[in-house]
Design a protein around this ligand. Sequence first.
Ligand code: GLN
Ligand code: ZN
Length: 760
Amino acid sequence: MVTTHNLGFPRIGKKRELKFALEQYWKNETTQQTLQQTATELRLQHWQEQASMNYVPVGDFSFYDQVLDTSFLLGNIPDRVGKIEGNELDSYFRVARGRSGGDTDKQCVHAGEMTKWFDTNYHYIVPEFEKTTQFSLHAENLIDQITEAKQQGYNVKPVILGPMTYLSLGKSKDGSDKLALLDQLLPVYIELIEKLKQQGLDWVQIDEPILVTELATPWQQAFSKAYSQLASTSINILLATYFGQLKENLGLACKLPVNGLHLDVTYAQDELEQVISDLPNDRVLSIGVINGRNIWKTNLSETLDWLEPIQQLLKDRLWLAPSCSLLHVPVDLNSEQKLNNEIQSWLAFAVQKLAELKILANALNYGRDSVAQELADNLADINNRKLSKQINNKIVKQRVSQIEATMGERQSNYVQRADIQANKINLPLFPTTTIGSFPQTTKIRKVRKDYRLGDIDRNQYQLAMQEEITNCVGEQELLGLDVLVHGEAERNDMVEYFAEKLAGFIFTQFGWVQSYGSRCVKPPVIVGDISRPTPMTVDTIKFAKSLTDKPMKGMLTGPVTILNWSFVRDDQPRSETCLQLALAIRDEVLDLEQAGIQIIQIDEAALREGLPLRKSQWKTYLDWATFAFRITANGVKDETQIHTHMCYSEFNDIIAEIAAMDADVITIETSRSDMELLDVFDQFQYPNAIGPGVYDIHSPNIPSVESMVQLMQKAAQRIPLQRLWVNPDCGLKTRSWDEVKPALKNMVAASKQLHEIFNQ
Ligand code: GLN
Ligand code: ZN
């Protein structure tokens, strides 16, 4: 018999119940007891949704983040919170977000650093290590949850983050070697596993996703050591890998003395044969067949075609699961009330994915006939999707097939263009500009909401937006900025705004996915070929331009960022979808140019985020991603100035590729790193203009003139003056006008001082 299990379930709730409960608690509006009550109810509900599985996961629930839970489980709590009085959950929230519900300023600490969980959009709290870090077991919460699930009669499989991945994801605060902590860490894991055994459990799932990344030799060796020690325990260990192929770690993973291995075949289908042959024949192989990161139905018949022979081979050793935790997909498709029926029939969220898994298991256990109807329905939906008019657009496909490399090249090289642009646009040295958005006031939000709900009509909405734009342009003129923007008042989100205007996207009502803590995102879904029915921003930018004699910068989101922040199609490569987006936005760029806009910014905030986990695969991604950008941007005349913006400060390792995008100006986040980013220019001559952000917009602090002058002086040591711009790190939408006005006033003053310093 095939065994089914799940690696993890979304914890936020169908209607984001956990989010609201958390936020109420943080605002001190409810008690901890009420919060715990909500958590218990959610866990019970979620196990019920998974009841058809042979094993349900326990330990996947979290109040904020599973990596932070692991830190608490292992007693690795930063000193700064250990000293504050209060119970454990309050300490936990202090590490997570700096303060807990009802905390006074005295109880605040600085929050733990947060970073992306592998290549997903989920963020975890980075474990903190020092040479002297001690670990101790605090398994009470986990054991309570196991008891809770057992009482309901579920077959429990606890899920814990493995010691190797835990160490690898953390940060050494004092520069000491993290791996040296392993010897101390392992006894705590052993104690934990023994405790689990005492609960009468037979399996524990230990997640080691770093096995799909490039591991240094000491880490590979440590893997063997760690697991040979953990193997001394008497419980069965299922080692879970996901998010990629095992590649050079395949041999290692198969040799580890555990009782089962989970393989994510949405990435590693090609490795299946090798794994089956390398894995000792007393081991379980758990195959992650249902994609835990997309929202599409699985082709069940096709999956059975290759699964059936494997089952013949493995028999009872075969387990089936989603590819990874379902944390990365929305909870239940049945919550959706407004989706087009046809499109709804192509989708599967967490609950539906488990139902698919069950059908596969039944087909394997009792024959396809036992689920004939389910399989027929599934195939009908899959086939309908392939042929649907809603997704296929011949013209778009044809345009993509006709893309030529020259479409991604500017007419002249940067030096020639820069001259032409300088004559045409007439800017001072150290020109000042902003990244696009200005404060999103409650008034702006209300106007957008009223319009969405139909409380005001299109005309009223447009008038209100024009009023905002007029105000924003007026403020920029008063401040004396050189290149102005319209302020993005009409945009709720830089991706959603364009997705709503492009054909090929759909939107869900409850397609929420946890990004971090209580914060969820609802990514647009790319269902079909992408096209641009009508210009998207031209009227708005033209209106803004009519208000001033200064240059007005058009503002667009780039194809790679739209792609990386959406749920994408699984029926064509990402690169293909990206080119469709590129063509649609290219059309917008050309229309803006036609309308007399001389400067156009194309944001690629998320370009870096799309980098594959393994460095060896970076080039392929960067090749198509930067090509898509060039197709978008480079069809313009020499006199049109293209800007791009990126939101990260580490770009040293991909600087050559970014340079090859050939934007005339790039604005980039730098201020927090004290221009560390500029070190890269010692080795690499960045050929075009650059605006290293001098104003940290993530902080409410007003940067001083001197601090900004100093940062620019550092930049001027590396980059020719003619190629430097003065601007903030990122958009200003999350700040208030009270903060933005004095900050930009100082920024403009800094630019003036730089003129004097450099005597120009
Ligand atoms: N133009 C966008 C803004 O200013 C850019 C946002 C971003 O980089 N994340 O808001
Ligand atoms: Zn940014």
